[in-house]
Design a protein around this ligand. Sequence first.
Ligand code: BDP
Length: 644
Amino acid sequence: ILAAMLRVLCLLAVVDSVLLLDSGMLFPRESASREVKELNGLWAFRADISPSRNQGFEEAWYKSRLIESGPVIDMPVPASYNDITQDPSLRTFTGWVWYEREVVVPTRWITDEEIRVVLRVGSAHYYSVVWVNGVKVTEHNGGHLPFEAEIGSVIRKDPTAKCRITIAVNNTLTLETLPPGTIQYMNDPTRYPKGFFVQNIFFDFFNYAGIHRSVLLYTTPKAFYVDDITVVTDFSDNAGLVNYKVSVKGSAAATLKLTLMDKEGHCVASSSGSVGALKVADVKLWWPYLMHENPGYLYSLEVHLTAANDKSTSEDVYLLPVGIRTVKVSSTQFLINNKPFYFHGVNKHEDSDIRGKGFDWPLIVKDFNLMKWMGANSFRTSHYPYAEEILQMCDQHGIVVIDECPGVGIKDIRSFGNASLTHHLVVMDELVRRDKNHPSVVMWSVANEPASEMPPAQFYFKTLIKHTKDLDPTRPVTYITNSNYARDLGAPYVDVVCVNSYFSWYHDPGYLEVIPIQLNTQFEDWYAKYQKPIIQSEYGADTLPGLHNDPPLMFTEEYQQAVLQHYHNVFDQKRKHYVIGELIWNFADFMTVQGITRVVGNKKGVFTRQRQPKAAAFILKERYWRLANETGKLPYWTKYPCSL
Ligand code: BDP
């Protein structure tokens, strides 16, 4: 009984502590009332190489210009710092690094006390502390998600001074971070240099670090502003419905007006009040790429706040793109707008030469062109949330997204404890808060291949999945498991079973003939146990481009092709029943930690890291266009073979 009571108390503590996010995280957009100033470019940078990694805090490097406390180098933002220099110790550095940049703030932003000035970091890995002119303004635990701080009062203290922004970032992973890791000291002086330690990780991608996404300043009015918007959409027959909730902050009383506009800018519905519904006649639904001739249709919701006093009228305006669509799951199907949707897509990474995980428009646009070229209608944000700009592209192009949080490598039993769970819940809060309005996001994934056989996994995933559903009752929730796990304690709580398997690769390497039987067994077992639709969320084989052998041998282009074809034969049987999707591992080769199973990274890409196709890319292209065409819904001009 005591144990049960303790558990309830723990759960209450956990639930209490996660309701703490008290503000929205709207993507910063310019409007009649809002300005945005990007701070991307070169920042001053120094890694704290002191044995304790704590010198920067002891000497308070944030108090004056970074160059005054030691040497600095140029560091581009956004980018991972690891591959920028020729210094091998910076490539694998663990600990605090310091970034600094001086910014000229428009005088008006300082003199006009009615302007609210916000500093926002798109993401930094992993723990960040931020100072403005030596004053700490915020700190944030976790990579891949944005954080911000209001800095108006700090910059107004000395209006003549430049605005000096200092950001210290620590990439250390512990059992209680997401993803988890451990620090291991090697204390044997006969084998290791003094102070030698390693960062152990339990995931298969390079632990890139630094400021990975844009840093910017933006403004809103101060007396009142649109803090958050939530839209949930529905339709029946020809009528669309946009249920909305607007949260307004500030002290002044303001009037709220909402206008929904179509692509041509015509008003199709309007409303007032902070909670309500907009009805759209002759609705144009948001459809996935290749499911409709006009995919990714977006309306624009203008949220307009005005307040007038004796002297003047002021306003705040925010424009949110809105796609009207529904998502449902049955025991055998995934339905978008009540029509069966089959995921034929990819798993990706935010990863490229030199930039590491740094945001890069040319790379993003190239990747979208490649996905569309190969007929991919979806991807999973393996193994962490991607940049918001990527999700905006998905909204526009109709690319469907399984949105994953950084719960990758939860393998150690100590990572199922209360502190870990509490943090994981907060990360889900932050993720749902950021991504809830994207029509492209159709499912949340709370983790990848956790040790879900361990007894504490049951309570952990039950709590985590329930919490995610409470946050967003409109989307299914899953986590990604591995077919190796005979007993999966979290699977009863997911809406869709997502399974990774690497038959004839990690098991029975080289024996392609085992794939049909083992894959068939995998599907039959999982469906019999849970009666839920299944996505093959990963499968693939490492392949060195240009390496050939026939009959196929592991690591050759022929072997990758053969693995894919064997898997596809089984998918074609099972997709008639309950298999609702296939996502190749991986879209492109990506960097990993050094090790005896990785030859400068993971080579399971169907494209190289430089985005050139291996032979397997053409197999997928052929297949994905055929799958898209099977519905017979494609207009003649998109039919394969195409000249895209
Ligand atoms: C899967 C993991 C993925 C790895 C992949 C592989 O989910 O992160 O990169 O294996 O080994 O189990 O290639």
